[in-house]
Design a protein around this ligand. Structure first.
Ligand SMILES: [Zn+2]
Length: 66
């Protein structure tokens, strides 16, 4: 299993991306209101990673798993 949490933010280079679980309630509220990635449901977005510096939302595509 890859440790994808060690990835940097591709937008601002922040060294630590946060998972949904690591966000505070206030941050979750912010994330829910982000206009980005509206094609995802909230359940899907909870699997994404979030940059707390620029609020870039990073998602991992698991293309080759069955
Ligand atoms: Zn960032």
């Amino acid at each position: 299993m890859k440790n994808f949490q060690e990835k940097n933010c591709p937008q601002c280079g922040a060294p630590k991306l946060k998972t949904w679980k690591e966000l505070t309630n206030e941050q979750k509220f912010l994330v829910e209101r982000l206009p980005l990635n509206t094609e995802f449901t909230l359940e899907e977005r909870k699997k994404h990673l979030f940059c707390e510096r620029c609020w870039n939302e990073i998602y991992i595509q698991e293309s080759e798993n069955c």
